[in-house]
Ligand binder design. Structure first.
Ligand code: FAD
Ligand code: 2HG
Ligand code: ZN
Length: 457
């Protein structure tokens, strides 16, 4: 990595202002390690632009000086894609924090890349709307980061992932040029969908500076239910049945008894049920009118349900308690040390086989480890977390991802490829696809300066 001269640092300061170029290790360290602690890098400078124009000037300058940069939002990414593992400069977009007014006629708003998902949700709610994306990292994850990773989260079943909410973006490409398409027209077939292309591009094709987001009608009446099921087969059958019989269904999440035990022990929570074994489904239904009766009928029709806990629309605190059993998994697992995270999708037909095989595959690859499973059941998306493995030892990652590919699944459901899964992109993508990816990268980032160590093997 080339050292920045004092003159070059001065140029960066002249572009963004003195306080927004961080060079001291105690200031840059938080930007250099990922949320899990597994991926630790280092950087000579964190640069914090305050406008699209400043981003453009920075990218042009980096291209001229052959310096690579890593765009970073809330730094909640889970695949080591937003931290400077190759000594890159960090371009933190958090200062791009403007939220525009909600257009009540179209149900849309424009937000800067650094706006958090919680802030988008709050702005939407204040205007009588809602945002279709929700995830446990909502208070830190940003509009730019969620677009760059095409984040999924807890409501994909109903509203789709982030790509389905994005009507247009403004971004700075690798040559410093600004592309901006924020008009928000619902029907707009005028050529290539650059916004769609930037969704899931993980900072490799452009730096997103703002986005036009689609909002959804708020559904005020919510019911949350936690089901204890006898078997994985009963769980899979329940997901299909609930989707068919409960149009108000908004989330169907899965976890297992060992994960529930860990969450209860870590956070001192009361156990939801006396019985301790089994598979758990957390479901939420939302509608304009109280869906409690519909939930009761749909759940009552399911075979293999051993226990049920319900929190109705009038019990928001109890609803939050039930959600906590699922949402707190990530934090509880991190308290055991940096995990290996394998976020995967399985075809419904292969899910039971995967749940049966994956603990064995993990135990064979890393006998001292522990394997935790949870995820978004309605999306076929399981989060395989493995603790007790050295951060640099990839053998367990390889074994799990090969199993996923053998069962025709995806090695990344929603977190992206990042650096964590880069060696295995070829399990899901053909050489011609990867070649097409490289051509796109070369076209939009001709100097190869945007997140060069991410996504492409
Ligand atoms: P960062 O972590 O800062 O960056 C992520 C990637 O995007 C990097 O490659 C980075 O270079 C790139 N990037 C960031 N900003 C920009 C930009 N403006 N322009 C171009 N590229 C950019 N993810 C899910 O999908 N579903 C979940 O349910 C979910 N739950 C989570 C729960 C917890 C507790 C945590 C810690 C994480 C969770 N995540 C989840 C992962 C993470 O929150 C998402 O990947 C999120 O989209 C990252 O947003 P961020 O702003 O933190 O991005
Ligand atoms: C979730 O669904 C997130 O909670 C994080 O995607 C998953 O911690 C994980 O592996
Ligand atoms: Zn998830």
């Amino acid at each position: 990595v080339r050292r920045l001269s004092a003159e070059e640092l001065q140029t960066l300061r002249s572009i963004v202002g003195d306080p927004h170029v961080l060079v001291d290790a105690d200031l840059t360290s938080g930007y250099s390690v990922d949320w899990t602690g597994r991926f630790q890098g280092s950087t000579q400078a964190v640069v914090r632009p305050g406008s699209t124009r400043e981003v453009s000037r920075l990218v042009s300058w980096c291209l001229e000086h052959d310096l690579a940069l890593v765009p970073q939002g809330g730094n909640t990414g889970l695949v080591g894609g937003g931290v400077p593992l190759g000594g890159e400069l960090v371009l933190s977009l958090r200062r791009l924090g403007d939220v525009g007014p909600v257009d009540g006629a179209s149900g849309q708003l424009t937000a800067g890349a650094g706006v958090t998902i919680a802030a988008v949700q709050a702005a939407a709610a204040a205007a009588g709307w809602a945002y279709g994306v929700d995830l446990a990292a909502r208070d830190s994850a940003t509009v730019g980061g969620t677009i760059a990773t095409n984040a999924g989260g807890l409501r994909v079943l109903r509203y789709g992932a982030t790509r389905a909410q994005v009507l247009g973006v403004e971004a700075v490409l690798g040559d410093g040029s600004v592309v901006s398409h924020l008009g928000g027209l619902l029907k707009d077939n005028t050529g290539y969908d650059l916004a769609g292309l930037l969704c899931g591009s993980e900072g490799t094709l452009g730096v997103i500076t703002a986005a036009r987001l689609r909002l959804v009608p708020p559904l005020g009446e919510r019911v949350v239910a936690l089901l204890g099921l006898e078997s994985v087969a009963a769980m899979i059958a329940a997901v299909g049945s609930l989707r068919r019989q409960l149009p108000a269904l908004e989330a169907v999440e899965v976890f297992f008894s060992d994960g529930l035990d860990l969450v209860c022990e870590t956070f001192g929570l009361a156990r939801p049920f006396a019985r301790r074994r089994g598979v758990f489904l957390l479901l939420e239904a939302a509608a304009a009118t109280d869906p409690t009766d519909d939930v009761a009928a749909a759940v009552g029709a399911l075979p293999g349900v051993a226990e049920v806990a319900v929190a109705t629309a009038g019990e928001p605190a109890r609803q939050a308690e039930l959600w906590r059993y699922r949402e707190a998994h990530t934090e509880a697992i991190n308290s055991l040390g940096p995990p290996h995270k394998l976020d995967v999708t399985l075809p419904a037909a292969a899910m039971a086989r995967f749940v049966e095989l994956v603990p064995r595959v993990v135990a064979d690859a890393a006998p001292e480890s522990r394997c935790w499973l949870f995820g978004h059941a309605a999306d076929g998306n399981l989060h395989v977390n493995v603790t007790g493995v050295d951060p640099g030892d990839d053998s367990v990652d390889e074994a799990v991802l090969e199993l996923v590919a053998a069962l025709d699944g995806s090695i990344s459901a929603e977190h992206g490829i990042g650096t964590a899964k880069k060696p295995w992109l070829g399990l899901n993508r053909s050489p011609t696809e990867i070649q097409a990816f490289r051509r796109l990268k070369a076209a939009l980032d001709p100097g190869g300066i945007l997140n060069p160590n991410v996504l492409l093997p």
